[in-house]
Design a protein around this ligand. Structure first.
Ligand SMILES: *Cc1c(COP(=O)(O)O)cnc(C)c1O
Length: 357
């Protein structure tokens, strides 16, 4: 533009200072950068899904409350009695609804860091202040530091990704519960990776008035669908629901998600394959000279190279494998999503030849 003064006068300074969320070009590459499930559905299941979509009423607005889908989600994920679920266009939208509702002047959102970047980004979008509290050795929660930070900043919400992204670990369960107990505001336990972890706070919802549990279908094979879930007391959800745009879950998503929930055995089978591969990739990474990998309860592994990460990231890309470069936040570190056995082999052999060749 010739004259930027309109933008400088009108756009909020914290928005001008942001960089747009960057998604790297992946065409032709083995895509192990974004925690996607690598498996397609078996052909008969795909045919049955298309059949279910055939009569989806695209000429009508979707059910704004997605009642049938929500009922099925409460049942399948065994939401405790008296708890409800709010749906978002991905859990990113749910984070946005929560923060929009909490964004009073001066309000703070908090999370242990490094963690999922959207908590920080969306807090900024809504005008909240984000406070990150560094994790301790091997990415364990630093409970004394969190206690001090909660006392100093009185966060309206604390986000705990459990397992955490990008580190892959499950924080100590007792410490998470302590934070829920002691937090001055809401605590959102983000269980985006629950399918790979076998642990949940969902059954504790009724015990704590300030606890919400968030999940997503994205990491279970439906990243393209965009469906996030927020489980909690109906009184909380009713407030967030006021900020939700009325038809945020499309007809196609509602039909497809109900179909997927009727075939959860297939999604679970895929998650089990990914967990087996995760252990194999972890052992192979650990065997590489000078490389440190952290145990993961998710569908990805964080590892630190003996030297700089960016040149290795680039050489992997040239060898046809895209992983996530975390050099900016965690020096020397890359994050690899678990793919099919063939994809993992391609990644491991490329990495091996870069490090030893
Ligand atoms: C991937 C991820 C999400 C986002 O999920 P969507 O439902 O795809 O928006 C949320 N939380 C964490 C910790 C994640 O890693």
């Amino acid at each position: 533009m010739r004259d930027n003064s309109f933008i400088e006068r009108l756009i909020r300074p914290e928005i001008r200072a942001l960089k747009a969320y960057h998604v790297p070009e992946a065409s032709g590459l083995i895509k192990l950068d974004a925690m996607e499930n690598p498996y397609a559905w078996p052909a008969p299941m795909k045919a049955a899904w298309l059949e279910a979509l055939r009569d989806a009423p695209l000429n009508r607005y979707p059910d704004p409350e997605a009642r049938a889908l929500r009922a099925r989600l409460r049942e399948v994920f065994r939401a405790p009695a008296g708890m409800d679920v709010l749906l978002g266009n991905g859990s990113d939208e749910l984070i946005q609804l929560i923060l929009l509702a909490l964004a009073q002047p001066g309000a703070v959102a908090m999370a242990p860091t490094p963690t999922f970047v959207m908590y920080d980004m969306i807090a900024t979008f809504t005008g909240m202040r984000f406070v990150g509290v560094p994790l301790g050795p091997d990415f364990a929660l630093d409970l004394p530091a969190l206690r001090r930070a909660m006392a100093e900043h009185r966060p309206a919400v604390v986000f705990l990704a459990w397992p955490n992204n990008p580190t892959g670990n499950l924080f100590d369960e007792g410490m998470v519960e302590t934070i829920v107990r002691e937090a001055p505001g809401l605590v959102v336990v983000d269980e985006a990776y629950h399918a790979f972890a076998d642990k949940t706070f969902l059954d504790r919802l009724g015990r704590f008035d300030n606890l919400l549990v968030m999940r997503t279908m994205s990491k279970q094979g439906l990243a393209g669908l965009r469906l996030g879930m927020l489980f909690g007391h109906p009184d909380w959800l009713a407030e967030f629901d006021k900020l939700r745009l009325p038809y945020n879950i499309s007809v196609l998503t509602q039909v497809s998600a109900r179909f997927a929930l009727d075939h959860l055995d297939e999604l679970d089978r895929q998650a089990a394959l990914i967990r087996v591969e995760r252990e194999r990739v972890f052992a192979a990474l650990t065997a590489l000279p000078g490389l440190k990998a952290w145990p993961s309860a998710a569908n990805f592994i964080l590892f630190r190279l003996p030297g700089a990460a960016t040149p290795v990231h680039e050489r992997l890309r040239r060898a046809g494998v895209l992983v996530k470069n975390l050099d900016g936040t965690l020096p020397g570190c890359l994050r690899v999503t678990i793919g099919t056995p063939e994809e993992n082999d391609a990644f491991l052999s490329a990495l091996r030849s870069i490090l030893t060749g």
